[in-house]
Design a binder for this molecule. Structure first.
Ligand code: NAD
Ligand code: DAU
Length: 350
């Protein structure tokens, strides 16, 4: 079996669902259920004995050690993190606590357990750390995309905390020989993403007739990847990645935020006609320290592991909009008081 952390979040839940639909190997899913964790995303697994959910913190070394002893996973896939840049600007401490300190505890408990395994199990074990392209900082308009040797230059408390975790993972490989793999992926979108991130926030606001808040001039560029393609890349890295290596993952789909929002309003107009969604676009104050451009050079994972994305941005966006339109209950379940408090705080001046 494998141990997945953060498997009730956006990418983690998609990974667990895809994994069990495909390979069928059992999963222990360790998640703290912060505001971003949602068991509703895993409702279809309620009667599936291959999925064992454990509510807990990756920073709880005793709990992690007990789970490792009990389940003897052949791999850990670490998604658990605080993941929203804007929240890291309002409250960075939680990002240091989870992404740095708790990730260290997870790594160290794993090292202690792994080092006592029989040699064949030690050699076969993998610790896959899921990270972000934001660790590389911001690109000039005409610069080549980030590759695995691009120097780290994180600019937000979120990306700095992820960079710190990547360095710890690297150190555990170099010092102790732990068979680690690190992936640095671009912006994901798709079903089950919490509506604080650009695309689901815009869908929720558009359906309610509220403004679509575009930061600054809307010309910041991101490289968008459908979440199912990210999950396929992670399976490929787990199966064939070389221990100690890092792999960049991206959709080769660079777009300005304004173009993303405009395309979304066009899809919404087709799928749920009746409102002038484009008229809701509103420019608001910029994010402090807002990175201008991210782009990924995915040559390494394509060449070594044969992975390429299956979805284009256009096809993935239609699938995403249809999922949100068909899953009103899921959306209602995340529209909590805490969510409203966040929206009020972040968009008060908008
Ligand atoms: P998310 O915020 O949707 O989910 C994070 C999950 O981790 C939640 O279920 C939460 O309850 C859980 N969690 C948080 N702290 C925990 C702790 N201390 N112990 C156990 N569980 C904890 O995040 P996401 O967008 O699914 O991102 C998952 C991972 O992928 C993160 O590490 C993120 O940095 C990385 N990543 C995200 C993107 C993206 O576009 N969303 C792109 C590249 C990399
Ligand atoms: O690049 C990978 C990263 O992508 C991940 O590591 C992060 O976990 C994930 O949150 C994402 O970070 P971004 O900051 O790029 O994503 P977000 O959806 O918050 O914003 C995307 C772009 O849209 C960014 O340039 C900011 C802008 N934006 C965002 C929001 C929420 C707006 O213009 N308006 C908004 O209301």
């Amino acid at each position: 079996m494998i141990l997945v952390t953060g498997g009730a979040g956006f990418i983690g839940s998609n990974f667990v669902l895809d994994w069990l639909a495909g390979a069928g190997e059992p999963v222990v899913n360790l998640d703290k259920l912060t505001y971003a964790g949602n068991l509703g995303s895993l409702a279809s697994l309620a009667r599936d004995a291959r999925h064992v959910f454990v509510r807990g913190d990756i920073g709880d070394a005793e709990l992690v050690a007990a789970l490792l002893r009990e389940h003897r996973p052949r791999a850990i896939v670490n998604f658990a993190a605080e993941s929203h840049v804007d929240r890291s600007i309002h409250g960075p401490a939680a990002f240091i606590e989870t992404n740095v300190v708790a990730t260290f505890n997870l790594l160290d408990a794993t090292r202690a357990w792994w080092s006592a395994l029989p040699e064949a199990e030690r050699a076969a074990f993998r610790f896959l750390h899921v990270s972000t392209d934001e660790v590389y900082g911001s690109l000039a308009p005409d610069a080549a995309g980030f590759c695995e040797t691009t120097p780290y230059a994180p600019n937000s408390p979120y990306s700095a905390s992820k960079a710190a975790s990547d360095h710890l993972v690297r150190a555990y490989r170099h010092t102790y020989g732990l068979p680690t793999l690190t992936t640095n992926c671009s912006n994901n979108y798709g079903p089950r993403q919490f509506p604080e991130k650009l695309i689901p926030l815009m869908i929720v606001n558009a359906l309610a007739g509220r403004p679509l808040p575009v930061y600054g001039d809307g010309r910041n560029v991101r490289d968008w990847l459908y979440v199912g393609d990210h999950c396929a890349a992670l399976r490929a890295v787990l199966a064939g990645g070389r221990p100690g290596e890092t792999y960049n993952i991206g959709g080769n789909a660079e777009m300005t935020n304004l173009d993303v929002v405009r395309e979304l309003t066009t899809v919404l107009a087709d799928e749920r006609p009746g409102r002038d969604y484009a008229a809701l676009v509103t420019f608001v104050a910029d994010r402090p320290g807002h990175d201008r451009r991210y782009a990924i050079d995915a040559t390494k994972i394509r060449g070594e592991l044969g992975w390429t994305p299956a979805e284009t941005f256009a096809s993935g966006l239609i699938r995403t909009v249809r999922w949100y339109l068909a899953n009103g209950e899921w959306l209602a379940s995340v529209a909590t008081k805490e969510y409203q408090k966040w929206i009020d705080l972040q968009y008060a001046a908008a």
